[in-house]
Design a protein around this ligand. Sequence first.
Ligand code: ADP
Ligand code: MG
Length: 148
Amino acid sequence: MDIPSDISVWQKGFTTHSASETERAGATLADLIPSDTALLLEGKLGAGKTTFTRGFARGLGINGDVTSPSFSLLTIYQGQRQLLHVDAYRLTKPSQWDSLLIDEICESPWNLLIEWPENVRGKEPKGAWTLKIENADNDARRLTLKKS
Ligand code: ADP
Ligand code: MG
């Protein structure tokens, strides 16, 4: 399928039918989202948040492994932009966010992608966008974007 390149279609929502389609969606959004913007990735375990992030990394020209930083909490990649990937699954208190020193680390141009953003409510950067990934049938996932 063609991944929509029109933000208004992302806001209405569309469905991917495989992990590789979700990766391609990630690469496409890397082109559409402005730099110095955070993206909150909502969705339950196995929804495809890390898969989407891997594609986003590919879109920035980052070709190595991209996995969930569940224990390290934060992985930093360098491509056409700096990509900061946070997995907040194990962040039990929003105050733990402060110890990641994200504000100090970000070097423009950057994008910050956050899995389990519900664990860092109130700490998300201003102007963050949100992508909701919902399981549909089998390998289908519904992606819906909210701009700030
Ligand atoms: P999360 O980070 O949200 O826990 P992952 O990206 O690690 O999720 O895992 C998603 C799993 O679902 C992978 O095993 C992937 O192959 C599978 N999958 C099947 N269909 C899709 C799809 N349409 N989009 C994303 N992942 C899919
Ligand atoms: Mg993950």
